[in-house]
Design a protein around this ligand. Structure first.
Ligand code: ZN
Length: 410
């Protein structure tokens, strides 16, 4: 293998410092050996391959904390028409698009199984590094119970993707153990209703505190964290009071929720992109979704501004899969829309996200010893944060020192 030097670009290492013009990044095999101004780097004497950044901006690989790699727009009726194998072929494309957009790590918020993660790890398919939740836990009639009022159950199940509808502490315990047995790196739980589901409303709480306690305790036995899909206040509070640290969406949070988030040192993943998408596509959404989508979209932006100003920790998550794949970094300019400056947005998509995933020691910045996940942006992301959302502006993607995408000269 040997060494790679990325040069002739401005280095933004993700630590929040001033960018370094004429920066350099030195990689040995899959890890970063050194970074800084080009002059300060000690060059190896042999086996050095040079990558010219052509005056671009050298950034850490991005991390999306909320995607659904197996979804292509979420419609409850899809499983009736889609052969099981097609989901996997679609996922191959979704993973590639995500990585080529500059996202080198994702946390899948539901339906990617252990085989999908393994296929990426074994280099059978190209994709970002994955943390998976396998199947989100839901109450009967909740956000991820896909039994319709007609009595037809449209949820996809197969060996390796267990059902996860459960009620009462005993059943909940069994289900969380089944999800963990299936290879979950994180447990996803639906603590309120949602937008895309037919049977509930986003503001309704789901699962009792007692049930949530069982989930959090069991996951903690294995040092595994819990992420909670949560729109309504009651559900958000239930999650926080049972020490769930990752609040997904967080739409209707009020001051009481914010105080609790700060006290518990929890995170909010605003997923602004999916709600922007839902608002743009409002006319095309199924009837049972439209009202909820409009309500949630409006509240989310307003409340996230308040949460940001209050100092709530936030990391980038897009819910891609519900919306299109490969546009993940559009979330960064939306994060600026709620008050972040471009450097903060950049860090929400890199080191902050790495902290949330518990991987801050191995990804999230361009520092010695970390995995060589690197992205080059043609335009200055601090002056044009929206440029990151355009995959054509992402000219190079390296995952663990391997060139995945290279369109520097085109
Ligand atoms: Zn989601």
């Amino acid at each position: 293998m040997g060494y790679i030097l990325i040069h002739n670009g401005t280095l933004i290492d993700g630590k929040g410092k001033q960018p370094i013009p004429d920066g350099g990044l030195l990689i040995e095999e899959n890890v970063i050996l050194d970074s800084g101004s080009l002059k300060s780097l000690e060059m190896p004497q042999s086996d050095l391959k040079k990558i010219d950044a052509h005056g671009g901006f050298i950034l850490p690989g991005f991390i999306d904390c909320h995607v659904h790699i197996m979804f292509n727009g979420f419609r409850v009726e899809d499983p009736l028409l889609t052969p099981l194998s097609l989901y996997f072929y679609q996922a191959v494309e979704n993973l590639r698009l995500t990585l080529e957009a500059g996202v080198t790590t994702v946390r899948d918020a539901g339906m990617a199984d252990y085989g999908v993660k393994k296929a990426v790890e074994e280099d059978l398919i190209v994709g970002p590094r994955l943390q998976i939740s396998v199947m989100p836990l839901s109450i009967t009639g909740g956000h991820f119970d896909l039994m319709m009022k007609s009595g037809n159950d449209v949820k996809t199940r197969y060996p390796g993707l267990p059902d996860s509808v459960c009620d009462g502490p005993e059943e909940v315990l069994k289900r969380v153990r089944e999800v963990l047995r299936s290879g979950a790196d994180v447990v996803k739980v639906m603590v309120t209703g949602g937008v895309m589901s037919a049977n509930d409303s986003p503001e309704h709480p789901q699962f009792t505190r007692k049930e949530l306690e069982v989930i959090v305790e069991e996951a903690a036995y294995r040092n595994i964290s819990v992420m909670a899909h949560a729109h309504g206040k009651e559900g958000i509070k239930n999650a926080l009071n049972t020490n769930i640290k990752s609040i997904e969406h967080g739409t209707c949070l009020d001051q009481e929720c914010i105080d609790l988030i700060l006290k518990k040192d929890a995170w909010v993943i605003p997923t602004l992109l999916v709600h922007q998408h839902n608002q743009k596509e409002a006319g095309k959404l199924p009837e049972y979704v439209q009202e909820d989508a409009a309500k949630v979209g409006k509240a989310l932006n307003k409340n996230m501004k308040v949460a940001y100003r209050a100092g709530v920790k936030m990391a980038m998550g897009t819910d891609s899969g519900v919306g299109p794949h490969g546009q993940n970094l559009r979330e960064l300019s939306l994060l600026c829309g709620i008050g972040m400056n471009p450097m903060e947005a950049l860090q929400a998509g890199t080191i902050r996200a790495a902290e949330l995933l518990g991987w801050e020691d191995k990804i999230g910045t361009l520092e010695k010893g970390k995995l060589a996940d690197v992205v080059i942006s043609k335009k200055d992301p601090l002056a044009h944060i929206d440029s990151l959302g355009d995959p054509d502006n992402i000219t190079l993607v390296l995952k663990e020192g391997k060139v995945i995408k290279d369109i520097r000269t085109s």
